[in-house]
Design a protein around this ligand. Structure first.
Ligand code: NOJ
Length: 733
């Protein structure tokens, strides 16, 4: 394994030689702490319950500190546990001590957790952060999350989530970096660097776990856990590339997804696990199932019983069982009966021990007291990056009559229960956050010294307060209405069949608009929403997502113009839910959508989205001119002049797309192939050049042959996937 010395490899081999079959299978078992005593659920389910709103964060915290918990000490002592989910360094040290001092071979435990967009310092959700189009930022936020969590004993993150996701109904679009394979792959590479590559201190890195492998984001009808089916060429061209990129970057583990892919659940899919992930991409670490994944193969209807599911999973290359104990219960007898070979077991254990060795757990299994309290108070540097990430993730969708930025002395009525909530800034996958660290929009307005009054009026759930609405209308000269989704409306098990504003929020906006005063809508949500009505009726729309602990400060900074918004959409926004899945890089049809009837369109929604991928406005304007394309033996270099024609300095993200006009299989109408972010002062003009390696202009066919087919190509440069300049050229490979 890369990163291990010869001596370490030797030590792993010696351990393998010494281990009994039971001890080996123990390493393949990930257990979560269970809460017992009238509330018998495993830890990961409890986390899911918090994420989907069945229990509040407070209840979760109370249960953690008061309920009787089963940490499986006896199983650890018996060498039956290789990894645990425990978010408590003191308890973690105690359990680690049992593993290290009381088991025969003293192999340390891995401690895994869902640290998706920050640990203590919660950063923007991935779909928002990806919209910053800033790889260095992806790396920084990941590195901070790694340091914070490792200081509390978490050495393995179930992250990054790098599912290409093209259906906004799917609640988990919030967790990943959007719809585009190139952007998701860029995000994946930089997240791995941030999480894994800083070895300047023994506890400055963790092992990443790529998820959900694979094509989980293509779940039919956007319904979570649903079946997926697709041509192999699409799998190779769109869904696998982020995983390949992350493995090339050295990712240490991956998680098999819940879904079946073309009829084979990914938990037992030897094509995706063995052939692609391990043999083709070269994953050196291990693969874990998703929670309960092995058992669910019985429900899928491809395994007779748990034991059969366990045999199929192990043979397919699934190295670790999350949460079912199926490997513990059945694998030994299956090895003895010859159904599972010892090589399969040895391979899995070698990979798992390799990751533990790479993490340095054999030398330093425990967390020091100093480390445990290191991030008790969030460091200013982490807060600064959270603020920067928040600001850069905000997308200005519409700004009629330059209503924004607001002046500090403008009298504002701040409306919406979401605006006053610290709980709703964190996003769907936050576990270890503290309310006191969170800055709501209300707090942010106060911190900015804004001239405003707050009227909650109503939110995603519940009734409207008519009295407060009247006061809000009478009070301010401008109304800032914060509307959107509760955190529990996105994330796992949170698909929605209607992605318009939930509850009575449209009614609230209608009442506010009736005042005749300018209404600025600020959206807090975890997925693209269908905002056709809002776009038609409101003068200003700001997409603010769930931005983490610094959300309020970031939003206020944009509203008052201290920050010129530069965020872009990493995901297409439909006009109406019925357009989903809708994404910019779709294949062309024989009758491409147009205004005429017999083309690929909806009678009631046309063929275009509301906002395209890559879209986002600014407080200034940019003009693109003079596009040039140059060809060398190995590259296409496209350049364009970009001028800041407005009055504010700003950051513009120039995007390079290509289209293979004629190919042996139908290709997307556009594919992102590069981007560059430039800062421009008013009146300033810069030439931005982006190069594209010719080697990356091809595609995979169904048999995974990479095809570079000479012929006509279109090269696009522009501010988003719709508004581009184009040059056509012939390329010979
Ligand atoms: C199920 C989720 O699908 C996965 O993302 C998560 O890592 C595990 N539960 C563990 O919490």
């Amino acid at each position: 394994m890369k990163g291990l010395t010869e001596a370490q490899e030797k030590r792993i081999q010696e351990l393998l030689n010494e281990m009994t079959l039971e001890e080996k299978i123990g390493q393949m078992n990930l257990k979560s702490m269970s809460i017992v005593g009238g509330f018998d659920v495993p830890f990961e389910e409890l986390i899911e319950m918090m994420a989907d709103g069945r229990i509040t964060a407070e209840e979760f915290g109370r249960l953690m500190s008061t309920a009787e918990q089963d940490y499986h000490e006896d199983d650890i002592r018996a060498g039956k546990v290789g990894a645990l989910m425990v978010d408590d360094p003191v308890k973690g040290n105690e359990l680690q001590k049992i593993a290290v001092e009381e088991t025969r071979l003293g192999i340390p435990l891995l401690f895994g957790l869902d640290v998706i967009h920050g640990y203590r310092t919660v950063f923007p959700i991935a779909i928002a952060e990806a919209g910053s189009f800033e790889p260095a930022l992806f790396e920084k936020t990941a590195s901070m999350a790694a340091r914070e969590s490792r200081s509390r004993g978490i050495n393995w993150h179930f992250a990054p989530m790098i599912d290409v996701a093209r259906d906004a109904r799917w609640g988990r679009v919030s967790e990943g970096p959007g719809e585009d394979p190139y952007l998701v792959s860029t995000f994946a590479r930089h997240k791995i660097r941030g999480l894994q590559n800083d070895h300047s201190a023994p506890d400055s890195y963790i092992a990443a776990c790529l998820k959900h492998y694979v094509a989980y984001g293509a779940c039919e009808s956007g319904r979570d856990y649903n079946t997926t089916g697709m041509a192999r060429s699409l799998l190779h061209n769109a869904y696998l590339p982020p995983f390949q990129a992350a493995v090339e970057e050295g990712a240490m583990s991956a998680m098999a997804s819940f879904n079946d892919l073309n009829g084979i659940p990914c938990t037992v899919n030897s094509f995706t696990l063995r052939e692609m992930l391990k043999e083709t991409f070269g994953l050196e670490g291990f693969v874990v199932s998703d929670a309960n994944g092995i058992k669910e193969c019985v429900n899928h209807g491809i395994a007779e019983d748990e034991a059969d599911a366990g045999v199929q999973a192990a043979k397919a290359g699934l190295d670790m069982d999350m949460g079912t104990d199926i490997y513990s219960k059945y694998l030994a007898e299956k090895v003895e009966s010859g159904e599972v070979s010892m090589e399969v077991i040895d391979e899995a254990v070698k990979r798992i021990l390799g990751v533990k060795m790479w993490l340095g757990l054999f030398d330093r299994p425990y967390v020091t007291e100093e480390a445990m309290s290191r991030y008790e108070v969030l460091p200013q540097e982490h807060l600064d990056i959270a603020l920067e990430a928040g600001k850069k993730s905000i997308v200005l969708l519409k700004n009629e009559n330059d209503i924004l930025p607001l002046k500090k002395d403008t009298k504002v009525s701040l409306v919406g229960t979401l605006a006053g909530s610290k709980d709703e800034v964190v996003g769907a996958w936050s576990i270890s956050w503290r309310k006191d660290d969170c800055v709501s929009i209300l707090d942010g307005m106060e911190n900015a010294g804004a001239n405003f009054e707050y009227y909650p009026c109503g939110g995603p759930e519940g009734d409207l307060n008519e009295e407060e609405i009247e006061k809000a209308i009478a009070g301010g000269d401008v109304i800032v209405a914060v509307v959107g989704e509760l955190v529990s409306m996105s994330g796992e098990a949170s698909s929605r069949a209607d992605i318009t504003l939930p509850g009575r929020q449209k009614e609230l906006l209608t009442k506010l608009l009736a005042s005749g005063k300018p209404v600025v809508a600020v959206f807090m949500n975890g997925r693209p929403l269908a905002l056709e009505w809002e776009n038609e009726n409101l003068p200003v729309l700001v997409e603010a997502w769930h931005l983490g602990v610094q959300m309020g400060n970031a939003v206020a900074s944009v509203l008052y113009g201290d920050t010129n918004p530069s965020g872009r959409l990493a995901s297409t926004f439909p006009k109406v839910t019925g357009q989903c899945p809708i994404y910019y890089n779709h294949p062309n049809t024989g009758r491409p959508g147009s205004k005429s009837k017999f083309t690929s369109r909806y009678l009631d929604a046309g063929f275009e989205p509301l906002y395209p991928f890559g879209y986002g406005l600014s407080y200034t304007t940019y003009e693109y001119s003079n596009m040039q394309v140059e060809e060398t033996d190995t590259q296409v270099i496209a350049s364009v002049d970009v001028e800041n024609t407005g009055k504010a300095a700003g950051d513009e993200t120039v995007q390079l797309y290509m289209r293979d006009v004629t190919a042996s299989i139908v290709r997307p109408v556009k594919e992102l192939k590069g981007f560059a972010k430039v800062t421009l002062n008013p009146g300033e003009k810069k030439t931005v050049a982006i190069s594209l390696d010719k080697a990356n202009m091809g595609f995979f066919d169904d048999d995974r042959n990479y095809r570079l087919e000479s012929g006509k190509f279109q090269i696009f440069l522009g501010a988003n996937s719709r508004d581009c300049q184009m040059t056509e050229m012939n390329i010979q490979f």
